[in-house]
Design a protein around this ligand. Structure first.
Ligand code: UDP
Length: 425
């Protein structure tokens, strides 16, 4: 635990340095805001450490100057003053309006045992679009585990996230990239879609697409057709998000199968519905089942089968899936095989929804380690995969990402990128 005293010294030093450097800029902003005819500052009554309220200062975000400041997140600069006054820290839980704080809640009281921060773990995770647990849980995770290094890490990651992260906000329901239609869903909406389809038992298909999938689809017409025929296609990873940005669109959240799986298990706790795990090496699905039973007791794994069966065994595997009564089928053969396999057998399957999930079982069985949280927060999981299996992954990530972005750029209409996809439709 970072001692309060040393944290205070670090906060003071950073805040004084930043203020000293920024004073000319702050004065310029104040004059520009004044000239644009709006009040320079806005104040909000927020609750600080120990439940003490204070008036938090920020630049007004109204008018052209205010909007520019907001776009670069510079409207928060005046809050450095609160760090110097000891009301805030550089890193800490997000300051919350006093009226939104319910002090009867133990979690809220615990949150108030540290100073609120200019940068918070929750803010960071929202930018990286990877954390879907409630805000209070994330902030309490910070309160429980913060240290000098974690504070430094959060500050560094926040600076990077400011450059390319984007906060979840609702955009177009469909994002079109290289003629593939991606459902622009949040994690929560994706879960809802899966559970609804599971109940209806109409054998729907869900595919996750990352940059590698796009490259594969370019070479494999069957896969391309499959992605077009699937009921739901979801974007996985930063590459697809960058492509959306390049084409004037915005993907609302990084909804990948690996992050979705535990949330799905949580939703299935106590439900009659269950999952069939199909794929990976023999034994891997057993370990995944154990993981689910340990972490999400009550979530049903209704059946499982490895992914190395012979073509003549296929009929038996399909029978096994149908007899298991599972509503949700997760197929982990890797793309495009898993998605093509689902497409071929969709009519024979009595499940509600079949989802291709790539290496997911390997992660949850512990066979392959997942990237550390900080890398996932920076959407850099692919670098970790590259580090784990450079021989297999260099082509996919180093070359593949470049080829993908190149293709996206070439697909842009001459007149500019804005709303390219709408014109194409
Ligand atoms: N796999 C399988 N049957 C096969 C070939 C592969 O079940 O005939 C499994 C393999 O064991 C691994 C997964 O498919 O668990 C593919 O993982 P990969 O990392 O290649 O998938 P990605 O997420 O990259 O699409």
């Amino acid at each position: 635990m970072l001692s309060r005293y040393s944290k205070r010294v670090v906060d003071l030093t950073i805040a004084c340095l930043c203020l000293a450097i920024c004073i000319p800029f702050l004065l310029l902003c104040m004059v520009a805001l004044r000239l644009s005819g709006v009040n320079v500052f806005r104040v909000h009554q927020v609750m600080g450490m120990g439940g003490i309220t204070f008036q938090k200062l920020q630049f007004n975000t109204a008018g052209f100057v205010g909007r520019c400041l907001y776009a670069f997140k510079l409207h928060r600069l005046p809050a450095l003053v609160h760090v110097i006054r000891g009301e805030m820290s550089i890193v800490g839980p997000r300051p919350v309006l006093s009226r939104d704080m319910d002090l009867r809640d133990r979690g809220v009281r615990k949150r108030l045992t540290v100073r609120p921060g200019l940068v918070s773990l929750w803010w960071l995770r929202q930018r990286a679009n990877i954390d879907f647990s409630p805000e209070l849980n994330t902030e309490l995770e910070y309160v429980d585990s913060h240290s000098a290094t974690s504070d430094l890490g959060i500050t560094f990651r926040a600076a990077l996230a400011m450059l390319y992260g984007s906060r979840s906000h609702k955009n177009e329901p469909i994002v079109e990239i290289l003629k593939t239609h991606i459902a622009n869903l949040t994690m929560d909406e994706a879960l809802q879609t899966i559970l609804q389809a599971a109940q209806q038992r109409n054998a729907r298909q869900l595919c996750f697409v990352n940059t590698d999938c796009f490259n594969l689809a370019q070479r494999n017409q069957d896969y391309k057709n499959r992605l077009a025929a699937a009921e739901v296609v979801l974007a996985d990873g930063i590459g697809v998000r960058i492509a959306a940005k390049l084409t004037g669109q915005a993907i609302v959240q990084n909804v990948n199968g690996t992050d979705l799986f535990p949330l799905l298990c949580r939703r299935l706790q106590g439900s009659e519905m269950g999952i069939f795990l199909l794929g990976a090496r023999p034994g891997v699905t057993d370990t995944v089942q154990e993981w689910v039973e340990k972490n999400y007791p009550g979530a049903r794994i209704k059946g499982k089968h490895h992914g190395y069966f012979k073509p003549e065994e296929e009929e038996d595997v399909i029978r096994e899936i149908n007899e298991s009564g599972a509503e949700i089928l997760l197929v982990a053969f890797g793309a495009p095989r898993q998605d093509l396999w689902i497409g071929t057998h969709l009519q024979e399957l009595k499940v509600g929804i079949a989802i291709g999930v790539g290496g997911l079982f390997d992660f949850y069985s512990g066979r392959i380690a997942r990237a550390p949280q900080w890398m996932r927060e920076l959407s850099l999981e692919w670098i970790y995969r590259l580090y784990q299996e450079p021989g297999r992954m260099w082509k996919r990530y180093l070359l593949g990402n470049l080829i993908f972005i190149g293709r996206v750029l070439l697909s842009l209409p001459r007149g500019g990128y804005k709303h390219a996809t709408k014109d194409a439709r």
